[in-house]
Design a protein around this ligand. Sequence first.
Ligand code: HEM
Length: 112
Amino acid sequence: MSRPATTTITLEECDKHASEGDFWVVVETYVLDLSSFLQHHPGRARKIIQKRKELGCDITPNFLNHFGHTVRTFRQACQEFDRTQEPVSFDFQETANNKNAPVVILGKIGSG
Ligand code: HEM
């Protein structure tokens, strides 16, 4: 069964969102909007920006080096996205008190 078009995003589209105020990355085919979260990343904004410059928008291997609880929080949000097929906004425990720093799963990489 095909997915609704709104949840399928091309790599080319993701590539365009590379500025600090408009910053998307891909982890395990999920497209994440980190525009709000970037400045609150516990490992500093520049770590993510630097990896994105080196690798392009898919930073999967680097994200998967994180603590287990960070990866688990991400995967739970992915499950919710798969269930609802709608964008999912979530907080990591490190930034949960700062409601201005959600990560949003916008969709999944596909051919459009
Ligand atoms: C979707 C959310 C996140 C993304 C996309 C992300 C991405 C990244 C990337 C690409 C790096 C660079 C790794 C490298 O240099 O190889 C990094 C480093 C780091 N991240 Fe995250 N991260 C996220 C969430 C978090 C959270 C929730 C924490 C809190 C536990 C965290 C803590 C760190 C720390 C401490 C480092 C620095 C490690 C070092 O000094 O080399 N990140 N992150």
